[in-house]
Design a protein. Structure first.
Length: 304
């Protein structure tokens, strides 16, 4: 195995160990400069079941076989230190050390997240479709979470407009949630991108969706919240986006909620009425200096 394969396998072996903190593991690897070195230290000193270096080789070989199996079925496997890892996720606190993908992963993707309620109103669905269509026609990738309601409307409208869309899912990449979006999920993996931070067979859980929202926020240069109640995941994403240094755009629809009116007082929040104001807000956001958006790897974000 080459060095890159060994390092990726060592990361998988580390993350497979019981009670492992994924975020702490990533930090430890960054500090040491090698996943294999961290695995050797972890196995050799903290777990007497694996006292020798030979067992480390077995762990790496087993993880490499697992990765090869995933790749054989068309699943991309991207460690945070790989050249294929999305650049914009490297700067967030919730960076997944391992990312799984189906479709066309782009290291530098000019993207805006469009999110909102699962139980969307007719007006909310119409706004989501208009927002996604406008973004897609202007060459901006539309990111959402493939949930019912606003997410589905945004993905579908972007595809219909001939644009690129990315679905960040809250389950393993072999799973379909919600089940009724199976065809849409497969279509996005064929013509766009599907990404997951969870093991390929992981089921949905209460914790997985807020984690998904953090990655969706980090992947995008901004988040547009179309419609969201007091306990909506879209509200969580709006908060996370500001923590990530990403602007948030609130539509007039979501401004009917108390949380949105209070949230609108924060720096970095845009309130828009209609598509024209939305386009102006996105133009303004994408014209920021890269360091202001936390996107040092994006040399040119100006909309054409």
């Amino acid at each position: 195995m080459d060095t890159a394969t060994i390092e990726r396998a060592a990361l998988v072996a580390l993350l497979r160990r019981p009670q492992t903190s994924w975020s702490e593991t990533a930090l430890e690897i960054q500090e040491n400069g090698s996943a294999k070195a961290v695995l050797e230290r972890s196995v050799g000193h903290s777990d007497t079941l694996f006292p020798d270096l030979e067992s480390i080789s077995d762990l790496i070989d087993g993880a490499a076989d697992e990765i090869a199996g995933w790749q054989a079925e068309g699943i991309g496997v991207h460690a945070f230190f790989d050249a294929t890892y999305p650049a914009q996720l490297l700067g967030i606190r919730e960076m997944p050390p391992l990312l799984f993908s189906r479709g066309n992963l782009q290291v530098h993707d000019r993207a805006v997240a469009v999110v909102g309620s699962r139980k969307a109103s007719a007006d909310g669905l119409r706004i989501a479709q208009a927002v996604a269509t406008t973004l897609a026609r202007r060459g901006v990738t539309v990111v959402s979470g493939i949930a019912s309601g606003i997410d589905t409307a945004a993905h579908t409208a972007a595809l219909k407009a001939g644009g690129r869309t990315v679905a960040v899912i809250g389950t393993g990449i072999r799973r379909y949630y919600p089940a009724e979006n199976r065809r849409l999920q497969d279509h996005i993996s064929d013509v766009g991108l599907l990404i997951s931070q969870f093991w390929p067979d992981a089921p949905p859980s209460r914790q997985s969706f807020p984690m998904r929202n953090a990655v969706m926020s980090g992947y995008a240069v901004a988040t547009v919240v179309v419609e969201a109640g007091e306990t909506s995941g879209a509200r969580i994403q709006a908060r996370l986006a500001l923590q990530h240094g990403r602007p948030v755009v609130l539509t007039s629809q979501v401004m009917r909620c108390d949380w949105a009116r209070a949230f609108a007082e924060n720096p970095g929040v845009y309130v828009v009425n209609g598509t024209a104001e939305l386009v102006d807000a996105i133009d303004d956001i994408l014209s920021y200096q890269p360091t202001e958006a936390g996107l040092e790897n994006f040399p040119d974000l100006a909309l054409r």
